[in-house]
Design a protein around this ligand. Structure first.
Ligand code: ADP
Ligand code: ZN
Ligand code: ZN
Length: 799
């Protein structure tokens, strides 16, 4: 008797251990761990992942059999099954959520609820419910409460039934193709009967004789003048047979030219040899590759990947969401061609599914992708690279709240391979580990060809603002005019964090706010709406103040749209491109902007953080940062680090080729150390200064942190629960743990739920995990009252 151990799709502590199901005879031999199945669970059917197959079960009662298979092959391999278990513990989440996170969006399953009328009479009597159909999609239809009670009554009297239909989003694309069916001799004999004017038929016969094993798509045959009517005739005569072939969707918008490895400089060479030797000897070494912008880190990655491939192993390269630009993907593909697969959120579900399958089947040996690509099912890994390792997009903000660096380290330990963490501005956590010798530090201290770092000027906007009210200082606008005259290119960065455009009445001070959240609405001129970025609420921009009916209602703050208008007004002949979330929403638009700017079809590229990183435009000689310190104002202990990183990154965009670059940083805090040290790109002094701040404030990397967030629809209830948790923590953790809160979150109400948080800082708390698991378990029993507790291990956001 074979028993499948299944993690079912119900995230609770009770279901975090597998349930046992019998493998029925008709499925025996077809089932293995890592496949998804449908199983009965109470009165319902749900999906689940088989994590093991055993011949015994702990369960005493009568076992139910698996209902059906969702997959015909395992979608989660043994390594990832083990990783899910580790990750669930590490992130205080459930195994089912971890397993689902590992699959690309297009492969996730979903149940569609269907209402089926048991008789025509029932259908006719309830026209509003069935709207002329026998079956209706229960989820999609918008039922009023009146209709819902009608449905419930019908259910009670057993006159309708609810069925669940399982769907998977992405499917393989199949195309009709034709394959030779007759022997060559028979085909030759056939050719005798073909009329002399049937040219297409003769062509087809020759094609079949010349390429006996090929499968021909109709589209390919069309190009050769063989139409579908010809293939129909050929099919009837038995020359060919129609089959289905799988078409792989191609996520790459264009092809690239092959490139050869560059001759490395001494620093690059030293880095590559150390990494390669760790790959060759299967050492699970973690390297921190610290190299200033333009020092040639990417070439180090490429040559280390090439080495891993030469040993018959695979490589995974992760880049931040924002920098997965066509430039970097292009560089990797130009070296490794079709062996490269890309996993990125901008791909369609179908493209992601096909790329994932190319990886799973072993066809793709190099994967480049964003955070979730860390779960790419590569086997035999020889190297993992995390570029811009300090980037905050590597931490997932939602359940499961994993840190990509930690998952990568786990996988590297599993495969006995090295990890390379690369950055110009390493996170303090990683740098501190390198100083302790836990990581090995590799340095690229100079730019390629010793190009000078750009000259950086700091502009005090307090003085500027006293003179005029333009977003551009006098010095920066003079420099822009100068570059425009020289036909050189310019990048302008608007630091969007904490900087949005909102509406205010100049007479009564009214600011439109979200009805569901404690936040003012952001203005979007292009759509003509005021949007809430937390819950998605939208409303039209009012013409008059809803409070005092004044017409003097206008926008404050500056978004990239307003900046674009101002710049165009000041420099009417300049060709301006804007890159932000609004202009890059459409697929391919990101590439189009980069291509256009790269081809010097525009003079000024302005935008948000998106333009700060990873881009390499040789003709850019001027970079302006308009509001360097908007991130400094955030109540977050990492705000200095973020500011320093951003300024260093964006300054690195200037003067990457032979012309020296110049950078202007506009700020209201010209004396802040993060800004001062970004001026000289002095990471070393920034690290020393910031480490002192962290030490005195008892922050990471000196302390570990955990954040507990509680929420419910009732503020008093949330607060009361969080105080109860505080007392429990105080009673169970050591006196050394620092427990802060509970405090309301900066934005206390989101989507009509109230959020409070507790932060724990600690250096050594061996019982912490067990204590927090108990907090979670207790909170689950209260979920009925709408209370939710989330635990974030090493959070990036403390607000
Ligand atoms: P980083 O990733 O450190 O910012 P890049 O890898 O983008 O730096 O390198 C900057 C530029 O220098 C790129 O245009 C790259 O092609 C070039 N480059 C890198 N290594 C070499 C080398 N060894 N010889 C010549 N050019 C190089
Ligand atoms: Zn008003
Ligand atoms: Zn809202």
């Amino acid at each position: 008797m074979q028993i499948a151990q299944v993690i079912v799709d119900i995230p609770t502590s009770q279901t975090n251990n597998p349930f046992s199901y019998l493998i029925p005879d008709n499925l025996s031999g077809q089932v293995s761990p890592g496949m998804r199945v449908q199983v009965p669970f109470g009165p319902r059917k749900i999906t689940g992942f088989i994590v093991a197959i055993t011949d015994r079960s702990e369960f005493q009662g009568k076992l139910k059999p698996i209902s059906s298979l969702v997959d015909l092959y395992p979608v989660i391999n043994q390594e990832l099954l083990e990783l899910a278990t580790w990750m669930a513990g590490q992130t205080y989440s459930f195994k089912i959520n971890c397993l689902q996170t590992m699959l690309p969006g297009g492969m996730r399953t979903k149940f569609k609820k269907k209402l089926i009328a048991k008789s025509d009479q029932i259908r006719d009597d309830n026209p509003q419910i069935f709207a002329g159909q026998n079956e209706v999609d229960y989820d999609r239809a918008h039922y009023s409460s009146n209709l819902l009670s009608q449905i419930l009554n019908l259910q009670k009297t057993d006159q309708i039934k609810v069925e669940y239909e399982l769907t998977i989003h992405a499917k393989p694309v199949m195309m009709a193709a034709f394959k030779r069916q007759m022997t060559p001799e028979a085909l030759k004999a056939e050719s005798q009967h073909v009329r002399s004017n049937a040219i297409a038929q003769q062509h087809l016969l020759k094609l079949l004789l010349d390429h006996p094993d090929e499968q021909f798509l109709q589209s390919k045959l069309n190009q050769k003048g063989i139409s579908s009517s010809t293939t129909r005739v050929a099919e009837q005569r038995g020359w060919i047979k129609k089959t289905q072939v799988r078409q792989i969707r191609n996520p790459f918008l264009r092809s690239v030219k092959k490139s050869q490895p560059l001759k490395l400089n001494a620093d690059q060479q030293a880095a590559v040899s150390q990494i390669n030797s760790a790959t060759s000897t299967k050492q699970n070494q973690i390297f921190l590759l610290e190299g200033v912008t333009g020092s040639g880190k990417t070439e180090v990655y490429l040559q280390s990947i090439a080495h891993a491939l030469s040993l018959g192993r695979t490589a995974l390269m992760l880049v931040p969401e924002i920098t997965l630009t066509p430039q970097i993907v292009g560089r990797i593909r130009s070296r490794f061609g079709d062996q490269v697969a890309m996993l990125h959120s901008a791909l369609s579900n179908g493209e992601r599914f096909d790329e994932w399958q190319r990886i799973n089947s072993g066809q793709a040996k190099v994967v480049v992708g964003v955070r979730s690509a860390v779960f790419a099912p590569l086997t035999n890994l020889g190297l993992i690279i995390i570029d811009e390792e300090h980037d905050s997009s590597y931490k997932q903000a939602d359940n499961p709240r994993y840190q990509t660096r930690d998952v990568a380290k786990w996988r590297a330990a599993y495969h006995h391979c090295p990890v390379v963490l690369g950055s110009a501005t390493p996170s303090l956590e990683s740098r501190a580990r390198a100083m302790k010798g836990v990581y090995r530090l590799l340095r690229l201290p100079h730019r390629i060809n010793r190009h000078a770092l750009p000259h950086v000027s700091i502009i005090d906007m307090k003085i500027e603002m006293a003179k005029h009210h333009s977003a551009l200082s006098t010095a920066l606008s003079t420099a822009i005019s100068d570059r425009l005259a020289k036909h050189e290119q310019i990048i302008l960065l608007l630091n969007r964090r904490g900087y949005s455009s909102f509406l205010m009445c100049r007479d009564c001070g009214y600011v439109p706010r979200c009805p569901n959240c404690d936040i003012s609405l952001t203005m979007h001129k292009d759509t003509g709406t005021l949007d809430c970025h937390y819950c998605g609420h939208k409303e039209p921009i009012p013409r008059v103040c809803p409070q005092c009916h004044s017409k003097r209602i206008g926008h404050y703050g500056m978004g990239s749209q307003q900046l674009e208008e101002q710049v165009k007004e000041m420099f009417p002949t300049a060709r301006v491109l804007r890159m932000d979330v609004d202009t890059t929403r459409r697929k391919g638009s990101h590439e189009a902007i980069i291509d256009k700017f790269g081809a010097h079809k525009a003079d000024i590229l302005l935008g948000t953080q998106m333009i700060a990183k990873g881009l390499d435009f040789p003709e850019v000689t001027l970079v302006g940062v308009l509001n360097a310190d908007s991130a400094l104002a955030f109540p977050d202990f990492r705000s200095s680090e973020r500011t320093f990183e951003l300024l260093t990154q964006v300054s690195g965009r200037a003067g990457r080729a032979d012309k020296t670059g110049e950078v202007f940083i506009q700020t209201f805090n010209p004396d802040h150390y993060a800004i001062q040290l970004a001026q000289t790109q002095d990471y070393e002094r920034f690290y020393a200064t910031e480490m002192r701040v962290r030490h005195d404030g008892k922050y990471p990397p000196y302390y570990f942190t955990v954040k507990l967030t509680g929420s419910s629809p009732n503020e008093n209830q949330t607060a009361a629960e969080m105080y109860a948790i505080l007392n429990f923590l105080k009673a169970n953790l050591s006196k050394m743990a620092i427990i802060l809160g509970p405090t309301p979150k900066t934005i206390t109400r989101i989507n009509n739920r109230y959020y409070y948080q507790i932060i724990i800082k600690y250096q050594n708390e061996p019982h912490l995990k067990a204590v927090l698991d108990q907090v979670l378990l207790k909170s689950q029993k209260k979920q009925r009252h709408g209370l939710q507790i989330a635990i974030d291990n090493e959070p990036l956001d403390f607000m």
